[in-house]
Design a protein around this ligand. Structure first.
Ligand code: AHM
Ligand code: MG
Length: 322
């Protein structure tokens, strides 16, 4: 196992060496994501300051126009991912249609991402994140994005929290790297993450309970309370899933009477997080099937999400189906 403190770039290269036929494409792709997210992290850290400067003159100290952080993050990712040449196509939460970058004509991969998830938390200094999901390029058209989650080549997120962390998997376990701001490097801090078999926390927006369309879900949550569970809900999927990955328990964004498919998007929220949770030994479901088995029908499709420790997800399924 790699040593704590190993630099992400070296870790990615060492992983690549385990596959004699690897061309280095995926390594470059992952390093590009890490670089883009370091730039996003530096902007997130400046958020309050930029706002002060923005109010004063609508331009920052470099004379550039002040942008909203989610738009800026989207532009940074598009620029880095388009330029690197490894991605044939890009789909973003912030774009109606995918982009097919000029430089990516020989790219072997496609990527879906949510550039800055947790929009309601951006302006109030609460953790937010970037989520990404990588598949192989197949036919070279929009249908390539409609592959099931279990076919992901890699998935991960970056959380801009009390520290900045990158957590990713290429289907060979889950590893977490913390950004050391003094040297600008992601260093291995959480090797081979395994989600606990059982946790003590449930994470769901309970304010929606009256709208939930499944009686079994209400009973499940009431039962968790009886069993002594506590509740944590940040409202940034990256932060809520990160906590669930480390501490166990369950995270949910269910369907309700108004939103028949819930809120979270399959391609760049549910599916990459499900990949990580399952790689860490946890379980995921829409309530009806494994999230990773859902065949997408469109790029921005939503899906109900339940994920976490095996014990709680199995218990949920008993309540939903019982
Ligand atoms: P966003 O992509 O606009 O930020 O929305 C997704 C976010 C998730 O991070 C989070 O799990 C969810 O919305 C919170 O929604 P709600 O405020 O309805 O609980
Ligand atoms: Mg989002």
């Amino acid at each position: 196992m790699a040593k704590i403190g190993t630099n992400l770039t070296r870790f990615i290269l060492e992983e690549e060496r385990k596959y004699p036929n690897a061309t280095g494409s995926l390594s470059l792709a992952l390093n590009t994501i890490a670089s883009a997210c370091k730039v996003i992290a530096s902007h997130v850290r400046m958020a309050g300051l930029v706002d002060i400067l923005g109010k004063a003159g609508k331009t920052n100290i470099q004379g550039e126009e002040v942008q909203k952080l989610d738009e800026l993050s989207n532009e940074i990712l598009i620029e880095y991912l388009s330029d690197c040449g490894e991605f044939y196509a890009l789909a973003s939460e912030e774009l109606d249609e995918p982009i097919f970058p000029e430089n990516g004509k020989n790219g072997k991969y496609i990527i879906s991402f949510d550039p800055l998830d947790g929009s309601s938390n951006i302006d109030v200094n609460v953790s937010i994140g970037t989520i990404f999901s990588i598949h192989k390029k197949l036919e070279g058209n929009i249908n390539d994005f409609l592959q099931e989650g279990y076919k992901q080549v890699a998935a991960g997120y970056v959380i801009y929290g009390s520290s900045t962390m990158l957590v990713y998997s290429t289907g060979n376990g889950v590893n977490g790297f913390t950004l050391d701001p003094s040297v600008g490097m992601f260093l291995l801090s959480h090797p081979n993450i395994k989600i606990p078999e059982k946790g003590k926390i449930y994470s769901i927006n309970e304010a929606n309970a009256k709208k939930w369309d499944k009686e079994g879900l209400k009973d499940f949550v009431e039962n968790l309370k009886e069993e002594g569970y506590t509740s944590r809900y940040i409202g940034s999927m990256v932060a809520d899933v990160h906590r669930t990955l480390i501490k166990g328990g369950i995270f949910a964004y269910p369907s309700d009477k108004k939103n028949k498919n819930g809120k979270l998007r399959l391609l760049y929220e549910a599916s990459p997080m499900a990949f990580l949770i399952e790689q860490a030994g946890g379980k995921t479901t829409t309530g009806e099937e494994n999230i990773l088995k859902v065949k997408p029908s469109n790029i921005h499709q939503r899906v109900p999400v339940f994920l976490g420790s095996k014990k709680e997800v199995n218990q949920l399924l008993e309540f939903l189906n019982g």
